[in-house]
Design a protein around this ligand. Structure first.
Ligand code: ADE
Length: 226
């Protein structure tokens, strides 16, 4: 069983994009995960292949029609498909590493990419869509957000990163931001590597890194310490 991602989008040509490169792309080539895209417009029924309509109650922008998205979801994810159904949206629950880990341990995800003022609320409820945001800013559509989510998830699938690599020290894994890293040369533009890191005293290195992590987290992300 490998992780299976199905994307519903008006812009399938954007995929795999960055997901086809580097360790993520190699993981796909190695069969550790797979990606399929579905053109939402293929589920429109009128001559102009319309997918949106004006908002009920008035206002700017257009709203994605529920019947068309429901047909696309049913085609991609028929009854019995146990994968979570995600909707990329700035209104969603903020994506965190904990949810990323859960997704990576699961069978995959069906991901709907929005590109409109909104999506009819009834299809969100009727198909059990979990709204996910990648941050407090508004993108032009959900495609890049879906790529961000998948890149975060796929790198945690066993075998995608080398067995030697551990996630234990990464930012967020222990509730803290990661400590600063250094490598040679010993002096760069007059700046030295902190002496403790070249002392050979592993206990001291551990303590220094922990303290740096805590200071960074306190100044940049006090919310993580609560
Ligand atoms: N679509 C538009 N903005 C988004 C965001 N911040 N997160 C997820 N999907 C989005």
């Amino acid at each position: 069983m490998s992780f299976s991602a199905s994307i519903i989008t008006l812009f399938p040509e954007l995929f795999p994009g960055p997901l086809g490169t580097s360790v993520i792309g190699r993981g796909m080539a190695d069969g550790l995960w797979s990606l399929s895209t579905t053109q939402l417009r293929d589920f429109a029924t009128d001559r102009h292949r319309t997918v949106d309509d004006t908002p009920s109650g008035g206002g700017a922008g257009m709203v994605l029609k529920p019947d068309i998205l429901a047909r696309a979801i049913d085609a991609v994810s028929p009854e019995g498909d146990v994968r979570p159904r995600l909707l990329m949206s700035p209104r969603g629950v903020p994506l965190r590493q904990a949810r990323v880990r859960e997704l990576a341990a699961g069978p995959g995800a069906v991901i709907v990419c929005g590109r409109f003022e909104g999506i009819d609320q009834r299809v969100i409820e009727a198909r059990g869509l979990e709204e996910v945001s990648i941050g407090d800013y508004v993108l032009a559509g959900g495609e890049v957000a879906a790529m961000v989510l998948l890149e975060a998830v796929v790198r945690l699938i066993p075998g995608v990163l080398g067995a030697a690599e551990s996630h234990a020290d990464e930012s967020f894994e222990n509730g803290l931001l990661e400590y600063p890293q250094f490598t040679r040369p010993q002096v760069f533009e007059g700046r030295e590597i902190p002496a403790v890191l070249t002392s050979g005293d592993h206990g001291k290195v551990e303590k220094w890194r922990r303290a740096e992590s805590e200071t960074l987290t306190r100044t940049r992300r006090p919310d993580l310490l609560k």
